[in-house]
Design a protein around this ligand. Structure first.
Ligand code: SF4
Length: 348
């Protein structure tokens, strides 16, 4: 099966049965080989540099009710908050001093943070931090809204498709949410010129190997600049409480597959990985990830942005824990860099 790994590294693609063989492989030698090949490709493209992104969770209010999400509209246990523009700018100022050159504004689809407000906030960050990248992760918007944010200074947009299979999408989302809309949004983002990120939850309820193959083939065609993959972790106040978490091994396997498919993609070792295992972040990096996203949100709101149970936001997951993060990374011979870390052709 190592031949399949070599072929993926050389051709960046496999037939569906090749992906199936890798996704169901139980041979530890083959899996070690897969991770090692992905790691080599990441090292060849980025050296031992790990890009850091400062994550600012700007609102935990959302109009949607995704069945897997802890801040879904239907969860009445959540204490809701939204950050003011000035608080967000303060987070950026603090992050800039710590060395961050990318700010990621993430939030639910919150009508109170209007397009005018988002546009103004992006413009304010752009004005004060002209050398930084601004990433948005604010869900589905109209093409016109995406254009306005882009022209105000946003560079990147993260919007996970979660699953490419329509029936599976229906199992994870209420009827009013349409997968076609999500895919249309991704297309617009790319056309507008954003460095665009998509991705999936691994091990979400109802997910099969066939679904994962559909996801891989979609990502192969779409060729995003950023790929976010994290294990599903159930939240107690959702319909999926009691469902098992996704596996770290399957997440790492997919991470390596995506690294071999897209050698230059920006692939984070996600917080969900670090939440499931103390060494999850390091294992993600050793399987080919090259980005980490420490939390820059104000301390007092971090516990309120709980997408899944016990989400890590302390220690090396926190922006102020950068020294601890650097130490953890140097133990595996990697280092934090403060470069903006743009995708290939988008470099300044
Ligand atoms: S996953 Fe995103 S869109 Fe869905 S409920 Fe949670 S915050 Fe809202």
């Amino acid at each position: 099966m190592k031949i399949g790994v070599d072929r993926l590294r050389q051709e960046h693609s496999l037939p569906p049965e090749g992906y199936k063989a890798l996704l169901t492989c139980r041979d530890p030698d083959v899996l070690s080989y897969l991770y090692a090949q992905a790691r080599e490709v990441a090292l060849a493209n980025f050296g031992n540099n790990i890009y850091i992104r400062g994550l600012i969770e700007i609102s935990n209010c959302c109009r949607n009710n995704c069945y897997y999400c802890g801040i879904r509209k239907g969860n009445i246990q959540v204490e809701r908050y939204r950050l003011s523009r000035e608080t967000i700018l303060d987070c950026c100022r603090q992050g800039y001093k710590l060395g961050f050159r990318t700010f990621v504004l993430q939030g639910g689809e919150d009508a109170a943070q209007s397009s005018d407000w988002i546009e103004g906030t992006v413009a304010a960050i752009r004005g004060e931090f002209p050398d930084c990248a601004i990433t948005l992760s604010l869900g589905e918007k109209s093409r016109e809204e995406y254009e306005r944010f882009f022209h105000a200074g946003a560079n990147r947009y993260l919007l996970r498709h979660e699953t490419y299979n329509k029936e599976h999408y229906r199992q994870l989302h209420p009827a009013e949410m349409r997968q076609d809309t999500r895919l249309q949004c991704l297309q617009w983002l790319k056309e507008i010129g954003y460095q665009t990120g998509t991705g999936i939850m691994v091990g979400s309820p109802g997910q099969t190997t066939e679904h994962l193959i559909e996801d891989i083939r979609f990502i192969e065609r779409f060729s995003p600049q950023m790929i976010g993959i994290g294990p599903f972790i159930p939240h107690p106040n959702t319909p999926f409480t009691g469902s098992p978490s996704g596996s770290i091994e399957q997440t790492l396997r997919l991470l390596s597959i995506f690294r071999l498919m897209h050698p230059q993609a920006l692939i984070p070792a996600t917080t969900a990985l670090a939440t499931l295992a103390a060494d999850g972040r390091e294992r993600g990096i050793l399987a080919g990830a090259n980005v980490v996203m420490p939390n820059l949100s104000p301390q007092e709101v971090r516990g309120k942005y709980e997408l899944y149970n016990n989400k890590a936001s302390l220690g090396a997951e926190a922006a102020e824990g950068l020294a601890a993060l650097d130490q953890q990374l140097s133990a595996i011979s990697y280092r934090i860099v403060t470069d903006r870390g743009d995708f290939g052709k988008y470099k300044l």
